[in-house]
Design a protein around this ligand. Structure first.
Ligand code: MV4
Length: 445
């Protein structure tokens, strides 16, 4: 096994990876910005190195500084976590060229799935259903009009280099297309440095269902079931759960098998996620693949008992998966609430000093967080400060357990979204599993 891993991230995910390394007997190197000298990940790692100033571009996205830190400390591998450099194919390549193992898929797989058109085309070859749409970029308004009328309105314009919802435009009529097309291209260029867009049939009020994949370097690929991530606001997931409350066993089997075939067809060798839209009639369509470990991976860990990060590290080292598909048993129900240091109504950031920290506990309650009493939540980074995850025998019990845990959870000194989550746990539609991706927008608070 690796002797030493550098973790190119911060916050709860850096801590999560350090904990996995400790259990695997691997030494850890944390990297941190000047502003993060007091951050927990930098304190609990075996070594820690400052890699630049507070802005991410100068530190957590600073490839040269990170590679240098790995070289100075004799680390053999780099775990990128999520965000930052996790889906940067160039970084994965640089790691390999420097003799460092990138703990993730190959640069080719990252690049393939980073191009949303190429990703769509590639899974289609494995027999995975996609929504009707273009096989190439759409360059002009005329072309866009022609395609939209063929597919039928509403359509959605998406950035080819995008993902995660940025720069997407829903078009309901030919009259509104020219402006939205131009805006989509401009936003794509501004966000991704690439104005390319493509067009798909728009699926109304879908659920977001994604399948957790684990692959290794021996050609084995398994799934760990699905997660329902329909509770989102402006493309930020707020609550995730597993399993999806509306899938029948037969449909679950089909969807998960489909995701495995798609991953196998590209020789996927790490942890990854296939994202699908599930429409009102329970038709599913591939959206995109995330070639990283995700924020919401704990709900899958809770219902399967599989430590996804440890498996991902083992796979990167070249070990075969320790599980076959038949070993994976889904047990009970898990829910995760992302707790952000934000105004619970306006969702505006609320950084500042934590004054009083009292986490909930007892059976079936897990907290992934890197904050502590008197810690100062910084304005420079993501506002997520804790993930509260519960596990119970049934969905109904999991919701009750989450409500109880939220009631116990005290994060003083800053505003948090705890009270927002309390309202959701008491919401009739949520309790009945009657949600889709526009649930939050429709919510009357
Ligand atoms: C869609 C869609 C409807 N139809 N594609 C949002 C994130 C990005 N991965 C793709 N997204 C969507 N793609 C078609 N053809 C609706 C969304 C979407 C969405 C998807 C999942 C979760 C929340 C969402 C919120 C708005 C739109």
């Amino acid at each position: 096994m690796f002797h030493k891993i550098l973790i190119a991230n911060r916050g709860e995910i850096a801590l999560r990876i350090i904990r996995a390394c400790k259990e695997l007997g691997i030494r850890t190197v944390a990297v941190h910005s000047t502003a993060d000298a007091d951050a927990l990940h930098a304190k609990v790692a075996d070594e820690s190195i400052c890699i630049g100033r507070a802005p991410s571009a100068e530190s957590y996205l600073n490839m040269k500084a990170i590679i240098s830190a790995a070289e100075v400390t004799d680390a053999e591998a780099i775990h990128p976590g999520y965000g930052f450099l996790a889906e940067n194919a160039e970084f994965a390549e640089i790691c390999q060229n420097c003799g460092l193992t990138f703990i993730g898929p190959t640069a080719e797989n990252i690049r393939l799935m980073g191009d949303k058109i190429a990703g769509r085309q590639s899974v289609t070859k494995a027999g995975v259903p996609i929504l009707p749409g273009t096989k190439d970029n759409v360059a002009t308004v005329d072309e866009a009009q022609k395609i939209a009328s063929e597919i039928g309105f509403p359509v959605i314009i998406k950035a080819t280099a995008g993902g995660g919802g940025k720069g997407m435009k829903v078009v309901h009529s030919p009259a509104s297309l020219p402006n939205l097309f131009a805006t989509a291209r401009a936003e794509a260029r501004a966000s991704f440095g690439n104005a390319d867009v493509y067009i798909e049939k728009y699926c109304e009020q879908p659920r977001h269902v994604e399948v957790q994949i684990l692959g290794d370097k021996h050609g084995n690929v398994i799934h760990l079931g699905e997660r329902d991530c329909s509770i989102q606001r402006r493309h930020q997931k707020l609550i995730e759960e597993a399993p999806c409350p509306v899938l029948t066993p037969a449909l679950r089997k089909e969807l998960c098998q489909c995701a495995v075939e798609a991953a196998r067809s590209i020789g996927y060798s790490s942890a990854g996620t296939m994202e699908f839209l599930l429409d009102k009639n329970n038709n599913y369509y591939f959206m995109e693949m995330n070639t990283r470990v995700q924020v919401e991976h704990p709900v899958t860990e809770m219902i399967t008992g599989v430590d996804i990060i440890k498996e991902q590290i083992r796979a990167a080292y070249g070990e075969p998966l320790r599980y076959q598909q038949k070993d994976i048993k889904i047990q009970g129900h898990a829910i995760e609430c992302r707790i952000n240091a934000e105004d619970p109504v306006k969702f505006t950031p609320s950084p500042g000093k934590v004054e009083g920290y009292h986490p909930p506990g007892v059976l079936g309650v897990r907290i992934d967080s890197a904050i502590y009493d008197q810690y100062t939540i910084l304005p420079h980074y993501d506002s997520m400060v804790a993930k509260l995850i519960v596990h119970a025998d049934t969905r109904e019990e999991a919701i009750k357990r989450m409500a109880r845990a939220l009631d116990e959870f005290i994060i003083g000194g800053v505003k948090t979204t705890i009270e927002f989550h309390q309202r959701i746990m008491a919401n009739k539609d949520f309790i009945e599993g009657n949600v889709d991706t526009s649930f939050i927008e429709r919510l009357k608070l």
